[in-house]
Design a protein around this ligand. Sequence first.
Ligand SMILES: Nc1ncnc2c1ncn2[C@@H]1O[C@H](COP(=O)(O)OP(=O)(O)OP(=O)(O)O)[C@@H](O)[C@H]1O
Length: 577
Amino acid sequence: MISSSDECSSNKILVAFTMDRDESQNVLSWAVNVLAKPSDTIVALHLIVGEEPRKLPMKKKKRTQIRRAKAHVISMLGEFAYTCCQNQVNLEAKVGFSSNVGRGLIDEVKSISAHYLVLSRPTAHEFRIWNEITRYVSNFAPSSCSVILVGNQSKTHKDCYSDSAISQDIKSEKYSPRSILSALSNDSISSSGDDASSFNGSMVSSSFASPSEKSKYKPMSPYRLISSLIMNSPLRKWRRDETKKEPKPQPLIQSFTYNEISKATNDFHQENIVGIGGYSEVYRGDLWDGRRIAVKRLTKESGDMNKEKEFLTELGIISHVSHPNTALLLGCCVERGLYLVFRFSENGNLYSALHENENGSLDWPIRYKIAVGVARGLHYLHKHCSHRIIHRDIKSSNVLLGPDYEPQITDFGLAKWLPNKWTHHAVIPVEGTFGYLAPESLMQGTVDEKTDIYAFGILLLEIITGRKPVNPSQKHILLWAKPSMETGKTRELVDPKLEDKYDEHQMNRLVLTASHCVQQSPILRPTMTQVLELLTNGNEAEIAKSWRMPKDMINDDDEWDDYSMIFGSDVPLDSSF
Ligand SMILES: Nc1ncnc2c1ncn2[C@@H]1O[C@H](COP(=O)(O)OP(=O)(O)OP(=O)(O)O)[C@@H](O)[C@H]1O
């Protein structure tokens, strides 16, 4: 096989690809199947010739060109997600700008310190341009980078390689890119085309690289528009389990065309709107194959790069997430706007079910199931997701209710990756939703897992009491509930709509868990592992021992004074930051 100069270290392979589908498949296939070894990183780059647009709104033509490029990147790279996952190769994708393709490639080679630059041989009519590009990269590639051409071309172009040593294997006829490509043609190239892929507004780490490896990346200087393929999604494993009988894994994230989603939503008809969020509208839709979907569309008026970035963050993060208690992303569409396509949750969201349901209130068994389900979803995000995640906006309207009222956490627009050894982090401006925001976030702008725990505590109180966290005519839910929680008078907390029909044991568990989660000091709050234990089967005294601070270190009076200072009884009418 092809050897790199240093067998032990991982290599960075830059693969340049055009808008030509076959060419792109060939060159990527070769890089993935032949060149890369486990823990190598492939960066697939499509360059748009021209200036990076800096002003908004962009010209329509430019916008279309960029979206087309993104769509191409997504659909193309999706095909290699499974192979890369199996080969433990990191795969990232980018769309960049440069006035000259050759120069753009060399800039990128230098920026990521690539060991290889892999180019596709062009079709005959592009030969002149291609010749210029290859000449340029041959002349200017650093000596540490080998330039490789892949594709069917009868004539050998010796000058296409850089001065640096390319391994003998590559040069030899037996393993020439051309001969290997022919052998591969029935193999990996034939995969389905709508596998896991996603892009993000910033460099998103891919799954096999450790955080320390990732931090070695330099900022992508000339390339602002970055796409990143999210590899090794647990979604894959989960969906494979779901469909055990099928030999092949299910496609992960599908790239939908605008026509498909427009048809499904009756041309985004007002009647199909099921939710309006801070930066999006959500439409119900029915796909041609019978699947019911929810299409989240970035609102046109938002036209703001930050909103677009938030939207892409959500796409980047949620494509890593796969759990029965998190919303299921089916795919996305980048034509004529940005759209996320989710499986439809037929029972709406928890906020509506608790506070706006005219057909009666949620029964206790359903409420308990929702509480435990959300805890499982959050536990997964904090502890078991391939990259740990804090959600940062846990609230009842972000809990969808699927079939049988199984809850699904949604809206990852504010979510953040958690580095492995992260304690807390300052986020300015403060984001989240008033009423669920932990005191430390409000006062210092810090967030960590415990800010999610606090929000979960408020959510539990909402489930127990049936009260909204903030309501202009009432006290903040926590101030209202505090006296009863302190004295253990659980009955006073219970939503009257339950008409005393609830399991007392379960109710006590929920109240107890909520009271721990809403402690003012983050270190006094339990972790999600402990929360799950408390909610389901743990021994309270035993579990509490593992996180509780000695009583004499806590000044309860001060704690509640701070709560009053923050929440008071006059709460802002605008409940969202
Ligand atoms: N998969 C889905 N199935 C059914 N309804 C959904 C789905 N996704 C979202 N909705 C509805 O749309 C609403 C808004 O969705 P979402 O919270 O994702 O949007 P958003 O713009 O991020 O909102 P915000 O940031 O203001 O919380 C949800 O509360 C829910 O009612």
